[in-house]
Design a protein around this ligand. Structure first.
Ligand SMILES: Cc1cc2nc3c(=O)[nH]c(=O)nc-3n(C[C@H](O)[C@H](O)[C@H](O)COP(=O)(O)OP(=O)(O)OC[C@H]3O[C@@H](n4cnc5c(N)ncnc54)[C@H](O)[C@@H]3O)c2cc1C
Length: 396
């Protein structure tokens, strides 16, 4: 398949660009169905550097979040070495410091180990994996450069290449609406190891929220995800440092800790991109905008969409389905939940610039209702005329 100078010299049916959760899930599914698959990633080491908090609800929770999705086994049976920690609660803080908590059994993944585990499964299923290799699309062909080089003419291209997807650009999708995130891996912090916490505040997390995801008894991923339009000239490091040092509740837990790693990355915030299939190209995961806009969680959708993309590519090559069916399969499995999460985010946006309104909204919602919002179910309060009138008129 490779000549002595690292150049490709073999027919490949499916090229998967990106070896994150979406790419490896797609490569495994397509290879399992018997088609030849090549997966490339520009990272020298798959899974590194990490740009993620690693929070993944247990499979039973995921099934409630995505009731119509066929969850791959890779979301339920995760090797213990890929799991850093387990949590039992989700606790949400209003700007005034009020807390509401609800039960959510969760796993905190070691994304380095998890991504490699998924890539190894794809390899075991028969996919070729090329790390340290960048893909570019040029007149329908894939040009790869870096450690491996060559020009490939696959029958299907799966773009699982993250938020700034090259494949999506080749499909003429406009750039996605993004949140920007900065996260510290911290040690020696005095956190509640049983709870994942979210903090809302126009001062500490403008246009988004800050989080504490425990990775152990006294270690955590601590981050902030905001939207650029809310920043008013502030830098992301300033915002996260302020949260860590000065937040009246979180600061007590975090200010004495040490930062072991700094991670930065974009998260799609606007839901599905315009086209997830065009010609012989499919998009899955962040590349397709498949991230729950209410939480910024993208791992479950990436794995589910990757599996569907791999099956669609193989089905098309084996004359069992047109490639265009990919979009309707995605819609059937989680289209409603993804669209609703964007709708809800837009409703909550109304109160993002006003701590007063956010406090009012928070006080009006029960813990169960907040959990519903996180699951992209719309509580009645959001559809009431009073909320729509008052919410859209507030700007302080
Ligand atoms: C700070 C932060 C915290 C987060 N926390 C959570 C969380 O706690 N829980 C959760 O569910 N989600 C979280 N997310 C979101 C989650 O990380 C993503 O939704 C998820 O990784 C999407 O998987 P993916 O496979 O679509 O894309 P990615 O994991 O981004 O993988 C894309 C891959 O494509 C490769 N690539 C890109 N372009 C090319 C190219 N031209 N050629 C070759 N390779 C290419 C990249 O190197 C990368 O490996 C977080 C995101 C950020 C930024």
């Amino acid at each position: 398949m490779m000549d002595g100078r690292g150049r490709m010299n073999e027919d490949i049916a499916v090229v998967v660009v990106g070896a994150g959760p979406a790419g490896s899930s797609a490569a495994e599914a397509a290879a399992t169905l018997g088609v030849s698959v090549l997966m490339v990633d520009r990272k020298s080491e798959i899974g590194t550097p990490v740009q993620c908090g690693g929070f993944l609800p247990e499979a039973s929770e995921l099934q409630k979040l995505l009731p119509r999705a066929r969850l791959p086994q890779t979301l339920s049976e995760i090797p213990e070495r890929s799991i850093l920690h387990r949590t039992r609660w989700q606790r949400v803080y209003s700007p005034s410091g009020g807390a509401k908590q609800f039960a959510v059994a969760g796993r905190v993944l070691d994304r380095r180990a998890f991504d490699r585990h998924l890539a190894a499964r794809a390899a075991r299923a028969g996919a070729r994996v090329l790390p340290a290799t960048r893909a570019k699309i040029n007149e329908g062909a894939i040009e790869i450069s870096g450690h491996f080089r060559g020009r490939i003419h696959p029958k299907v291209i799966i773009g699982a290449d993250g938020p700034h997807s090259t494949v999506s650009r080749a499909m003429n999708n406009p750039p996605q609406e993004m949140g920007i995130c900065l996260e510290y891996e911290m040690a020696d912090v005095k956190i509640d190891p049983d709870a994942v916490e979210m903090y809302f505040s126009a001062h500490f997390a403008p246009g988004g929220y800050a989080w504490i995801i425990p990775t152990g008894q006294d270690t955590a991923n601590v981050g902030v995800g905001v939207r650029a339009s809310y920043l008013s000239g502030q830098s992301l490091p300033d915002i996260l440092n302020r949260f860590v040092r000065e937040h009246p509740i979180a600061g007590e837990m975090l200010a004495g800790g040490e930062i072991l790693a700094v991670m930065r990355g974009p998260v799609p915030a606007g839901g599905s991109v315009a086209a997830i299939q065009k010609g012989n190209m499919l998009l899955a995961g962040d590349a397709a905008g498949q991230v729950m806009a209410t939480s910024g969680g993208g791992i479950p959708l990436a794995v589910v969409a990757g599996r569907i993309a791999g099956e669609a590519a193989a089905g098309h090559l084996q004359d069992r389905m047109p490639l265009a069916d990919y979009s309707s399969r995605i819609r059937d499995e989680f289209g409603i939940q993804l669209a609703r999460s964007v709708q809800l985010r837009k409703m909550v946006d109304m109160s993002m610039r006003s701590d007063r309104l956010m406090n009012t909204l928070f006080a009006a919602l029960s813990p169960a209702q907040i959990k519903s919002v996180m699951r992209a179910q719309i509580p009645e309060i959001f559809t009431s005329r009073a909320w729509q009138r008052d919410g859209s008129n507030q700007s302080d």
